[in-house]
Design a protein around this ligand. Sequence first.
Ligand SMILES: [Cu+2]
Length: 296
Amino acid sequence: MEEIKYGWWLPPDISTHGWEIDRLIYIIHGVMLVLFVGWIFFYIDALIRFRARPGHKAQYKIDHFKLPKIAEVGVALFEAVLLIAFSFPVFYKVRNAEAMPARGEALEVRVIAEQFAWNFHYPGGDSLFGKTAPELVSAVNPVGLDVNDPAGKDDLVMINQFHIPVNKPVIAHLSSKDVIHSFFIPVMRVKQDVIPGMVVPTWFQAKQTGNFEISCAQLCGLGHYRMRGFFTVDSEEDFKKWFDENKPVPPAPEPAAGETETQPVVAVAQAAPAPAAVTTTEGLPGVDPGEPASAH
Ligand SMILES: [Cu+2]
């Protein structure tokens, strides 16, 4: 599979709502260009007109200039139009609870950020997330999934590997284990801060398959630069195949009475090897190669 070329311009847009965000970016840049050129001409005109000349004295009375006031009011009005006509509608569409796709028709995934990795928790065939608890969090159980909860038996947890099916809405419930991160998938035009103590839902839909990247768009510590995830949009069949390949193995039978209770083997799938074209040089994705514990 080929790696995506990002180039200098906007990254490719494979999201159903992406065009609305791109349109807003183009309009803002167009207006900024007009303003920039206008101010440059004004600046040059002022330099020539008010240059120091013998016999002329600077006059500090400025209330006879009408144009700046008109220009400023014009800019403010235009910004209001940008917000109301172009920004609010797309923001409403991707962020408002009422505008989200119905639960049954979307794939729901929990995205749990941590220093410095992305954990993806899929509910499995029953569409129910298993119970999670902070005290169950460990190196092999990054989201603290309770394996004894029936709803969690078919759950899949992946590290830095995010697969979604094409042409299907996806609701991502974003949360963080430590600091503020920002979930950024450039090709999906998704960028949302991830706040500790909050679950922030956002949704999107891909219209094209391929291999792409996730990054953290919020400086979150010394390892921020390698908080990179792999984002794959699969066909419906490939997505099922991928899910089945990584499906958690059924947990071992309950220990016999009297036996010392061992830490349950958590059905956390090991991160699948990254696609060849995008393999990191950092060793296993999401595994800290030994950075100091304190990131300050
Ligand atoms: Cu981060």
